[in-house]
Design a protein around this ligand. Structure first.
Ligand code: PGA
Length: 251
């Protein structure tokens, strides 16, 4: 049985004071939903404060990005061991990073290796653009991203890895994929590639989330699909009532 997981990706939103208010609003509701793994991914600047607030709860933290090296002359970056001070998870290869910050399959691969080495759970994002979908290239893109992500990694512990299928055209647009379509891509493409890379057992054990315009209204329809194990939630994770509704929908 795969335990559902819902992660809130705040992106570049909320200063420390706003983060404090949001987390104070979220803690009681999040703490009451024990059957779902709950992860908050605030910006780097709020990680320390939020870590203090969730200490002693089962709420976990994630970073939104990470450098693969552990120290050195990399201005503006945060290393695996710095992130590990506060987080269990790290989002890697988010489409916004691929699009705006030149993240490639190669850097995604290095970051995944860095995360695994430092015992951080990578939430690895894959997904096609609208143009790729319209040209019927979804399978090819997912396969390329996944092969690239795991290049040179021979074995993995499925409990220490999460994949998020996030069709780029659905992120922040309000145009969610259909639950059946997301289920189909996850089952027939994401898990199929995991099977090719690591075998059937791992493909069935690894958790795969859906992300892209998930909200309080549509979350239940996504999460009842057999292949979908929860969500990576952007915009709606900034609204306590919506986020709590989404987490409840994953139970
Ligand atoms: P969204 O973002 O929920 O605002 O579409 C999802 C994500 O970027 O992970």
């Amino acid at each position: 049985m795969r335990k559902p997981l819902v992660a809130g990706n705040w992106k570049m939103n909320k200063n420390v004071q706003e983060a404090t208010l949001l987390v104070a609003d979220l803690i009681p509701g999040l703490e009451s939903v024990k059957t779902v793994d709950r992860v908050l991914c605030p910006p780097f600047t709020s990680l320390m404060v939020v870590a203090g607030m969730v200490a002693g709860t089962e709420i976990a933290l994630g970073a939104q990005n990470m450098h693969w090296e552990n120290s050195g002359a990399f201005t503006g970056e945060a290393s695996p061991s710095m992130i590990k001070e506060f987080c269990h998870y790290v989002i890697i290869g988010h489409s916004e990073r691929r699009t705006y910050f030149c993240e490639s399959d190669e850097t995604v691969n290095k970051k995944i290796k860095g995360a695994i080495l430092h015992d951080l759970i990578p939430i690895i994002c894959v997904g096609e653009t609208l143009e790729e979908r319209e040209k019927d290239r979804t399978g090819e893109i997912i396969s390329r991203q996944m092969k690239g992500a795991f290049q040179g990694i021979e074995s993995i512990d499925p409990a220490k890895l999460v994949i998020a299928y996030e069709p780029v055209w659905a992120i922040g647009t309000g145009k969610a994929s259909s639950p059946q379509d997301a289920n189909n891509v996850i089952g027939n493409m994401v898990r199929e590639n995991m099977k090719i890379l690591f075998g059937e057992e791992i493909a069935q054990l690894v958790r795969v989330l859906y992300g892209g315009s998930v909200n309080g209204q549509n979350a239940g329809d996504f999460f009842k699909q057999s292949e979908i194990d929860g969500g990576l939630v952007g915009g709606a994770s900034l609204k306590p009532s919506d986020f709590l509704q989404i987490v409840e929908a994953a139970t």
